[in-house]
Design a protein around this ligand. Structure first.
Ligand code: SF4
Ligand code: SF4
Length: 138
């Protein structure tokens, strides 16, 4: 069975995406809150442990004394543009710490880490169309 270190969890959902037996479930109150639940599993497939980017999961021998379900919830950080929550703070912190700083900004110098993927796409499309218009004026 797996042991969860909730303090290390980023709330990224990778483990719930990969678990073939639905022992790891998640729930999201759109734009507000994200919850992950790890049910006690008797499998030893190890896939979730391998795929957890934060090394928050460990395979340990099965025990009757551990809780049936462990649950962790995260408030979502709002996007700087649309203000809707889109990512957990531990996940954003991890990106800030691991992605080289020169890759955390777009061509205008704006940090993309605090912008949700939807707004990022919109801004990039807007920028690209401005560049096309400018190049045609030359
Ligand atoms: S060990 Fe395997 S079955 Fe158990 S929770 Fe992880 S991925 Fe799911
Ligand atoms: S993969 Fe790891 S960091 Fe991501 S939600 Fe699962 S336990 Fe947390």
């Amino acid at each position: 069975m797996i042991q969860v270190d909730a303090n290390k969890c980023l709330g990224c959902f990778a483990c719930s995406n990969i678990c073939p037996n639905q022992f790891i479930t998640r729930e999201e109150e759109e734009g507000k809150r994200r919850t992950i639940r790890w049910s006690k599993c008797k499998e030893e497939c190890d896939i979730c442990v391998e795929f957890c980017p934060a090394k928050a999961l460990t395979l340990i021998p099965y025990s009757d004394s551990t809780p049936e379900v462990i649950e962790v919830s995260f408030d979502l950080v709002p996007c700087e543009v649309c203000k809707k929550g889109f990512a957990t703070e531990p996940l954003l912190k991890r990106i800030r710490e691991t992605v080289p700083s020169n890759l955390q900004t777009d061509s205008t110098g704006r940090s993309w880490v605090e912008i949700c993927p939807f707004c990022r796409r919109e801004l990039e499309a807007e920028m690209a169309s401005k560049q096309v218009v400018q190049s045609r004026r030359k």
